[in-house]
Design a protein around this ligand. Sequence first.
Ligand code: UDP
Length: 310
Amino acid sequence: MRILITGGCGFIGSHLTDALINAGHKVIVMDNLVTGSIDNIKQHLSNPDFEFIHHNVSNHIHLIGHLDWIIHFASPASPVDYLQLPIETLKVNSLGTHNTLGLALAKGARYFLASTSEVYGDPKVHPQTEEYWGHVNPIGPRGVYDESKRFAEALTMAYHHKHNLDTRIIRIFNCYGPRLRINDGRVVSNFIKQALNDEDITVYGKGEQTRSFQYVSDLVGGILKFMDVKYNEPINLGNPDEKTVLELAKIIIKLTNSKSNIVYEPLPIDDPKQRLPDITRAKTILNWNVKVSLLEGLEKTIDWYRKAKQ
Ligand code: UDP
């Protein structure tokens, strides 16, 4: 198949690119490199089945030739990034989603949207099922990401209902692994960087807030399965192994054998207090389940960061 991946130079997009190229598909990556990196896709640059186009998908997209799939993964996704790039974030998830949906319609392609557990905001329902509508502050600092992803879901469903476009939506829960930018400000990258340098580990708030961390290969496996299943409602993809941020800090200190101390810093505004996916839908519809435990995934990630440091 010929597949367009927006944001294919990013952390998740580049792993998906690897998997689709390995499966024998032709992949076009479109990225404006605002948070992604060419380094993540350099292994494909000489492959005739691969093409990189430097373009911001919030602007009109012109692409020659047929497409079987458009996979829309372009967006800043780390809270630190989308706080620095609020307008770009709003645009890529609204205008960028509109442009890519329109292109899918014109090409007769199927459409795959990367949405997020952030659509649930600071959830009042625990664990989060896909039926839960969420609890989002539209004008808070995270609103630029949360609301634009909610809009992207709404637009995708509108194209499905109005134009009969064959669409998929996944809600991605915290994902980590090799290529997660060391300076992107997320908890896993921050803690590993700090632990490897024996620097203070910055736990925000009391560290009682929870997250559930999935390893990137599990997520990519779920995406590939979902491409083969015609189901148009959103599906959560995440690891239902809930940890407090403080627990995560202690695990990373132990795995890295670090001398770091834990220090406490203010909790960011609207930081969700708990996050845990209900993955019943992914299990039943996709026959998908988590394969990589947190310890195993963190070990692989720490290993990658150690090598990247050298
Ligand atoms: N966090 C932290 N220290 C850091 C970075 C993040 O305690 O150095 C916390 C953050 O407040 C949040 C959780 O870790 O409660 C996950 O943050 P992240 O930025 O990875 O993503 P989020 O799940 O909030 O989108």
